[in-house]
Design a protein. Sequence first.
Length: 254
Amino acid sequence: MSSLMLQDPDSEDSVKKMLIEAVLLHDDSELVDAVLSDNRDLLQDCEQPLLHLACARGSVDMATTLIRHGADTLGCDRQFRRPIHCAVQAEPTQSRVRLLSLLLKQHQKNGDLRRVFLARDKSGNTCMHSAAAVPDNAPVIQLLLAHKASVDFAMHKKFPDLKSPLALATMAQCVETLQVLVTAKAYVNASADETVPLICAAQEGWLEGIQVLLQAKAYVDARDSEGMTAAHWSYQFEHYDCAEWLVSNAGASL
């Protein structure tokens, strides 16, 4: 496709549409490669950030093609997410580690690894938050940790309702992820105004998570902003097995 064709605005719009469909619907990296080889500027002109779409779809080949043509690995979509936010939650799940490895390699090359680890989306989530929030993501979190991503983040006044990665992993009820974060010394007891991971586990009725957190020295009688403990919430939500275990085995007070 000749770049001369794109002097016509209608042709340019048609090619942009074709590019988006090639990424979003057809996963046709060969077509994208051919189009961008002659019209590289289209990558920045598309309304939808193509690298984000490729990462969300779990398309490693497409992401590789787009990065080779200069896609911005620090670019934001409308939710202020970077491509790495999409990659750690990609579907299918087996593509996440390969996508993340690709992006981390590029960030290392660009010297902006720390910057992308600190980047937050519109809700305040870093890529570690995004990774912890979905089940079966222990290998992804291990890869982030291997590249020195933090497991703990100070509360941010712009995002007062933001939960810690450990609390999000607890809500996702994935014991492998929880164990990876605990082993990495994630703070198991919340600071003032933060969500208490143990209380999250109790509210979900997740006894295994309660046991992992207590083994990591979580405070059994930690209270939330309402003055409620894990045992209180277990009874409140009728998770009687958790409540009885907390009282009988962990010494929780009522």
